[in-house]
Design a protein around this ligand. Structure first.
Ligand SMILES: [Zn+2]
Length: 146
């Protein structure tokens, strides 16, 4: 979109945005009646993470971004000489290991966990699955940093 040369008034900026958005909707052939349900759908998807307690949302966000405090992530950045699990020492200290494999956390995981693949827990999991994953991560970090 070409930029105007002069400084804009707020009213002009609003008008440009309104007409630009209308063009996008029209190009996508979305009718007026479909727009509000689409906004609501998009909002729901975004809210999965935002509706969690802050500390859980932070853990899940870090896991998604692969910027946890786990040694596998630290080693990848060159911040740790080893990536071996600090609790069991048997495998790489990765998100998958902590959430599903590490025997030292067997008492923390609920029975039958995980019920869905890890990617689904982190990216489109329900509230319970994400909260459980966040709790397991926190317990691991508490034990690893003792
Ligand atoms: Zn382990």
């Amino acid at each position: 979109m070409p930029q105007p040369r002069k400084p804009l008034t707020l009213a002009d900026a609003r008008s440009i945005l309104r007409h630009g958005t209308a063009k996008l909707w029209n190009a996508a052939q979305v009718t007026n009646d479909e727009r509000i349900p689409r906004f609501q759908e998009a909002r729901k998807a975004r809210d999965l993470l935002q509706n969690l307690p802050r500390s859980d949302a932070v853990q899940i966000f870090r896991a998604r971004a692969k910027h946890t405090l786990l040694l596998a992530d630290r080693a990848r950045h060159g911040w740790s000489a080893t990536a071996a699990c600090r609790l069991c020492g048997e495998q790489e200290e990765s998100i998958a290991h902590v959430l599903t494999e590490c025997r030292e956390l067997a008492d923390v995981r609920p029975g039958g966990w995980p019920t869905v693949p890890l990617s689904e827990i982190l990216w489109c999991g329900n509230r319970v699955a994400m909260t459980t994953a966040a709790t397991i991560m926190r317990k691991f970090l508490q034990r690893a940093m003792r």
